[in-house]
Ligand binder design. Structure first.
Ligand code: NAP
Length: 486
């Protein structure tokens, strides 16, 4: 799509989306959305406040009863239409993601297909919210279990997958019969607003989905969590903000699903197929320029193959084309904002100061925008900050090990537990190690785990609950037990 700009999307709302229409913020505020490749303003979006948040809850409440009572097949067909509309508009959506987030177009296209798939998957799941019936052990009555929508859901999403993190929540919530308010990240509100328009075009009734861009995220989310009509929070973002929201949600005992930060270890054993391990490492590290909660953050490589692995990974990473995400040739786009680029730089310089050696990259290129060079570091000392923090950039620190127990111990030595990757030619070892890794997901001889049909989520401080798969809809349903005598 040559010459893409926002004028290519005449139906893109730039105001709040409340009750099925776009409208300005009650106090009239707006904020700018920047192009990460240049720092230039690409749009001005309405800045929702607490009154607007309450208007969203009013709209969600007004629609809640009839949406919950809508036949599951009808909800399914609306979601299926949303999948078809997203698929038909995938090129526009990918360009919009790339424009506001900075990611390279191939990554944005991948995200668009992944995001649309949540609507298809939950169109299929909407008609499968089955309960159960059994005879009580005493024989005196029947135990009937119904699955009912949990109620109005507040959805808070990050900037790194502006489409997929929204559809991964909206799909199961709507399938379950909940009405929702989506608070997108302030760096990337445009894709979420386009999703609102697409869902309306697919036939989602007024008030079932509201989208509330806001620079006052703390205030608006807190206000909604303290409104007793809100019964669900689904949050994807940093562990730090997740902790704050768990505390906020405690006041009204709001049901919480939390998809938080990661610090994924990537283990390469000496019997691994190195070609496959390099391919997997490129996906696990470089998808989205490393701006993924699932990004490989620490590479533990057996000492016998470490030199070969690091030099081959460095060769691949250094040959990638860095540039604006919207350029067709780009493979690595800029990071989302100045703060992110500065943080990656600080982690790399800290590691180098502590004794790590740069094999390739190592700094911010001398150009406009929020770029960081694809970087491989070796001899990274244990205890370096870069091994304990989410890097969220195109940087691969490599550490060596000599035995399996040592590798597992180092891999598990983190408060996070989202995903781990293991490369080995020995399937028994692969399964044994997978069982011992303390994470919600494992990529065994694969650098990509995300799949709308699979339960995505973490252990420890990476989260609570699962998104995707059959499990994803259960997070929006509550079991009601009816004791029946008949
Ligand atoms: P973030 O700073 O935690 O922000 C996430 C969302 O929370 C944004 O919409 C943000 O709004 C909002 N927010 C910030 N402070 C808030 C507060 N006090 N109260 C209510 N909402 C608040 O995270 P991010 O930088 O956008 O995203 C990167 C993080 O997300 C990483 O840690 C990554 O690992 C994690 N992530 C996890 C998953 C997963 O599935 N586990 C997937 C993707 C990303 P504003 O933008 O307005 O600040």
């Amino acid at each position: 799509m040559a010459d893409f700009s926002l004028s290519s999307l005449p139906d893109l709302p730039l105001d709040l989306w409340v009750g099925g229409t776009a409208r300005p913020a009650a106090e009239g505020g707006r904020f700018d959305v920047l192009d990460p490749a240049t720092g230039d303003v690409i749009a001005s979006v309405a800045d929702g406040g607490v009154d607007d948040a309450m208007a969203c809850v009013d709209a969600a409440e007004a629609a809640a009863e009839s949406w919950a009572a809508t036949a599951p097949r009808e909800r399914a067909e609306i979601l299926r239409r949303a999948f078809e509309l997203m698929t038909a508009r995938s090129d526009e959506i990918a360009h919009l993601i790339s424009l506001e987030n900075g990611k390279a177009l191939p990554d944005a296209r991948g995200e668009t297909a992944y995001a649309a798939e949540f609507f298809r998957w939950y169109a299929e799941e909407a008609v499968r919210a089955s309960g159960s019936v059994m005879t009580a052990p005493s024989g005196a009555n029947r135990i009937v279990v119904l699955q009912q929508p949990v109620g109005i859901a507040v959805l808070v999403t990050p900037w790194n997958f502006p489409a997929a993190m929204a559809t991964r929540k909206i799909g199961p919530a709507l399938a379950a019969g909940c009405t929702v308010i989506l608070k997108p990240a302030s760096d990337t509100p445009l894709t979420a607003l386009l999703m609102a328009q697409i869902l309306a075009d697919a036939g989602v009734p007024e008030g079932v989905v509201s989208v509330l861009p806001s620079r006052s995220s703390g205030k608006v989310v807190s206000a909604m969590l303290h409104d007793p009509r809100v019964r669900k929070l689904s949050f994807t973002g940093s562990t730090e903000v997740g902790r704050v929201l768990l505390r906020e949600a405690a006041d009204q005992v709001v049901n919480c699903s939390m998809e938080l930060g990661g610090n994924a270890p990537f283990l390469v054993f000496d019997d691994a197929d190195l070609d496959a391990a390099i391919e997997g490492a490129m996906v696990a590290k470089m998808r989205n320029a490393g701006e993924a909660c699932t990004a490989a953050n620490r590479f533990y490589v057996h000492a016998d193959v470490a030199e070969q692995f690091s030099s081959r990974l460095a060769e691949r990473m250094s040959s990638m084309t860095v540039g604006p995400g919207t350029d067709d040739a780009t493979q690595v786009g800029p990071l989302v904002n100045e703060e992110s680029a500065a943080k990656v730089d600080e982690l790399v310089q800290g590691a180098v100061g502590a004794g790590a050696r740069v094999v390739t990259g190592g700094s911010r290129p001398d150009r406009q925008g929020f770029y960081f060079e694809p970087t491989v570091l070796v001899d990274v000392p244990l205890g370096a900050e870069i091994l304990g923090e989410e890097i969220f950039g195109p940087v691969a620190p490599v550490i060596t090990f000599t035995d399996e127990d040592e590798a597992i111990r180092m891999a598990n030595d983190t408060e996070y537990g989202l995903v781990s990757y293991v490369y080995t030619g020995d399937l028994a070892r692969g399964l044994r190690v997978s069982e011992r890794l303390d994470s919600g997901m494992v990529g065994l001889n694969r650098g990509l785990v995300s799949d709308p049909a699979a339960p995505f989520g973490g252990t420890k401080q990476s989260g609570i609950g699962r998104e995707g798969g059959h499990e994803g809809m259960l997070d929006y349903l509550e079991s009601k037990y009816v004791a029946v005598t008949w």
